[in-house]
Design a binder for this molecule. Structure first.
Ligand code: ADP
Length: 461
């Protein structure tokens, strides 16, 4: 007889013991069979008495352990515990993320705020509170307006109104009141709307960055540029007047001489021609001076290009030679042969050389002396230019102040020449400095970067 395996009842042969047992809930079917029993082909239902089945009875059996109430309870508790632990972990992670986010918002070097779609403030960071002295409560509604400079308020309110109505990001500059010292500082304010999936504005997030220092630097640069043009122009006028007067008076003189040769009877054409040639030469000289002047003050945007520095030095020395002669100053050059090209704006380089040369000539104007301009390849891929004089030397104890704007020891000085030179050289990533000489006088050095490309042809050569 085949055992009915995997069936929810138990088969018992006459007089035999349990032969097979499978579970059926907590009940078991016990079937008593005799010798006529034939195992059914299908076991979908319990066999009924007859055809070898003597009796069928349902008996209670001991359930498997996983069916016991304590196991089911433990399993339920364990599952609930795992789910709870998962959610707890998520909550802890989220809380950590929020704490880090809040720390970042609180410590960022800007003021941050959040408003409702109607502009009502619901969050301000610590920086806002510290700077303006206004708490969140004091900032809400229209309280924030107390921090805005009265002259900026109308413009700012209008900007907010327009952006809230249109839902467009806004950006503006505004002066905000600093509670600590009762001053105003300029800020760049930016706010953007945060929207849901359907594009509805949920809130506005904004930040204000302090741009006061940048603003002041911009203003100073603009002032410097202005003063630079005015002061250097003034210094130059004297030199140029002298430079131009020479060829012009020579022209007048030669013209008179030529006239006299021509008025002779018979006219002396040969001598008259010589005088006229001299007039042409002087005319060309004057035109060259004017052309140089035009180049020097041409208003062109800075243009960095490979420049043959020695040529520019020679040009500036020529331009100022008569000015130097007028003060018994002789100019010498000590220029390195085959000096590589520098990457520099030529007009600005002329301006720096002009400032340093005029300073040196001025320093020696009472005593006379020697002005040497030197060029050499410096260490670290730079060109170094030095302007050396034999004047009285740097003002004692003021070496570090001479490059500051408005520092001057001259009656008519503007104190801008060195400050402008410094800003030009530093904008070229170069360095400018000064030192006293061993013997007499002072030396001003500055460096310029080499032109990177070997094949770039230098201009001015
Ligand atoms: P300014 O010439 O209008 O005074 P600068 O910026 O050119 O302004 O120079 C600032 C100061 O640096 C000068 O007033 C002077 O005291 C000092 N200085 C500049 N060049 C020399 C120099 N070659 N020798 C001595 N002192 C100098």
């Amino acid at each position: 007889m085949q055992p009915l395996v995997d069936q929810p009842f138990t088969i018992i042969q006459p007089g035999s013991k349990w032969r097979n047992r499978t579970h059926f809930g907590t009940q078991y079917a016990a079937i008593l069979v005799d010798a006529n029993y034939q195992p059914p082909s299908s076991v979908d239902s319990l066999p009924s008495p007859g055809h070898g089945v003597v009796a069928v009875a349902m008996v209670n059996g001991r359930p498997e352990f996983w069916q016991t109430w304590w196991f089911l309870l433990a399993a339920t508790l364990a599952s609930a515990g795992i789910v709870a632990a998962y959610f707890l972990q998520r909550i802890v992670l989220l809380a950590g993320a929020e704490r880090r986010f809040r720390e970042a918002i609180e410590t960022m070097p800007a003021m941050a705020f959040v408003t409702r779609p109607d502009g009502y403030c619901t969050f301000v960071n610590r920086r806002w509170v510290e700077f303006t002295g206004l708490t969140l409560e004091q900032t809400s509604e229209s309280g924030w307006q107390a921090a805005v400079h009265p002259d900026d308020l109308g413009r700012v309110v209008n900007k907010w109104r327009a952006s809230l109505a249109l839902g467009e990001p806004l950006e503006y500059e505004v002066r905000l009141h600093r509670a600590a010292d009762e001053t105003f500082r300029c800020f760049l304010m930016r706010a953007v709307p945060l929207r849901d999936n359907r594009g509805k504005v949920l809130k506005w997030c904004g930040a204000a960055t302090d741009i006061e220092d940048r603003k002041q630097a911009e203003q100073l640069r603009a002032d410097l540029a202005h003063v630079s043009r005015v002061s250097t122009m003034g210094e130059l006028v004297a030199s140029i007047t002298h430079e131009l007067l020479q060829p012009i008076s020579a022209t007048t003189l030669n013209g008179q001489v030529a006239l006299r040769w021509l008025q002779r009877d018979p006219p002396d054409i040969a001598n008259a021609s010589q005088s006229v040639s001299a007039i042409v030469q002087d005319g060309n000289r004057a035109a060259t001076i004017i052309e140089r002047l035009r180049l020097l003050y041409k208003k062109v945007p800075p243009r960095r290009e490979p420049v043959a520095v020695n040529s520019v030095i020679a040009e500036m020395v020529e331009l100022l030679r008569s000015e130097a002669n007028g003060h018994a100053v002789s100019i010498r050059t000590d220029l390195e042969d085959d000096l590589p090209a520098a990457m520099v704006d030529q007009v600005q380089l002329r301006q720096v050389l002009m400032n340093l040369l005029l300073n040196a000539i001025e320093a020696m104007s009472d005593t006379g002396g020697v002005l040497t301009v030197k060029s050499e390849s410096g260490a670290q891929d730079v060109i170094q230019i030095s302007v050396i004089d034999t004047g009285p030397g740097l003002p004692p104890g003021k070496d570090d102040q001479i490059f500051q704007a408005f520092f001057t020891t001259k009656m008519q000085g503007s104190g801008m020449g060195l400050a402008i030179s410094k800003s030009i050289i530093e904008s070229h990533h170069g360095r400018i400095w000064a030192n006293g000489n061993e013997g007499r006088g002072a030396t001003f050095h500055f460096t310029l970067p080499l032109a990177g490309q070997e094949d770039e042809r230098p201009v001015g050569s």
